[in-house]
Design a binder for this molecule. Structure first.
Ligand code: XMP
Length: 326
């Protein structure tokens, strides 16, 4: 029967065997999965591990600070942050297709890790000893939905599975590859990670990049980041965090509608709220949020976020909708 302590012991032994005395880098996204996989590998090999956090400019408000402050404080992991917003946005310029966005983001993640790998090797003057292992927080549902499981169709290329480039220069360590999210949370708690990190709602690696329907630009990211922060704040204030699996906030950047504000006509974009309840993200139902909470979020977003004049609620379950819009 399943027990987080056993899984940890088993994985620690396996990781030590796989890695030996080599050095390893880990992809940290701020989400639960990579937080737990990194902590697990850190438990196994300590200072042989360097965690890498790529700030791709597609993050939500406050995320970078949470990783750089809270996560480091609770784990003692050595962390390097890569400032890559300009690079990612440059490559995403003119791209609207969801799968293309995912491939680009997945590829640029790996390029950023390869750069860190070279820098670390140069810094340590570790001649001829490349850092050949990369830790990823891939879960079982990621594997299945990216077409990795037997007989499954490719629904989306989750950036950390189907989105990897063919010339990958790393051997992957994926200690969560057979697990579901609730199991990963149990392991995180057992490893002593704070509730603020373990209890976090899922957030996709490609970040806000797949929550802007249309081209991703710095300006649109700023709009979405504000709307998302408002929605999260109100949901938390209303005590709804544990009831909701996650609530993507989506900017329909290619859609405009007519509105009226003060005594003027507006022609702005809609924001979609997509609150869902789920056990494992494989299926989901839309969450029946209280009307007063929806109303507060809608008022604050339309009054406070530039270029947004409408807030709409997604009432589709999965299937037929996926959780994210892209
Ligand atoms: P969908 O939209 O496929 O999402 O119903 C299922 C769950 O996976 C998350 N998601 C991702 N996570 N990289 C990730 O790390 C990705 O590319 C990605 N795409 C979707 C999504 O937020 C939901 O929890």
């Amino acid at each position: 029967d399943w027990n987080s302590g056993n899984v940890i012991e088993e994985q620690v032994a396996r990781i030590r065997e796989q890695v030996g005395s080599a050095r390893v880098i880990s992809a940290l996204s701020g989400g639960v999965d990579s937080a737990v996989s990194t902590a697990l590998v850190h438990k196994a090999i300590g200072d042989q591990l360097t965690a890498v956090f790529v700030d791709h400019g597609l993050l939500r408000k406050g995320e970078r600070e949470q990783v750089e402050n809270d996560y480091v404080a609770s784990t003692g992991v050595r962390l390097i942050t890569v400032d890559a917003a300009d690079t990612f946005l440059g490559h995403l310029k003119g791209v609207s297709d969801p799968e293309q966005k995912r491939k680009i983001i997945g590829r640029e993640f790996i390029r950023a890790f390869e750069q860190v790998q070279r820098d670390l090797v140069a810094e340590a003057k570790a001649e001829g000893e490349p850092i050949k292992f990369l830790v990823q927080g891939t879960l079982y549902p990621d594997v299945v939905e990216s077409g990795g499981g037997a007989g499954t169709a490719n629904i989306k290329s989750h950036h950390n599975v189907g989105g990897l480039p063919d010339d990958l220069d790393f051997e992957l360590i994926e200690p969560l590859r057979t697990l579901f999210k609730d199991e990963v949370r149990a392991i995180g708690r057992e490893l002593g990670l704070p509730e603020a990190i373990v209890g976090r709602q899922p957030f996709p690696g490609p970040g806000l990049g797949i929550r802007i329907v249309g081209e991703v630009t710095a300006d649109r990211l700023e709009i979405l980041r504000e709307a998302d922060a408002i929605a999260r704040e109100e949901l938390t204030k209303a005590g709804l965090d544990s009831e909701i699996w996650q609530c993507p906030v989506v900017l329909l950047a290619d859609v405009r509608s007519v509105g009226v504000q003060g005594d003027g006509r507006t022609y702005g974009h809609p924001i979609v709220l997509r609150p869902v309840s789920s056990e494992d993200a494989m299926t989901a139902d839309w969450t029946r949020l209280p009307y007063d909470v929806l109303s507060k979020i809608s008022n604050r977003i339309t009054n406070g976020v530039r270029d947004v004049n409408r807030v709409v609620l997604d009432v589709t379950s999965k299937p037929p909708g996926t959780i994210e819009w892209e």
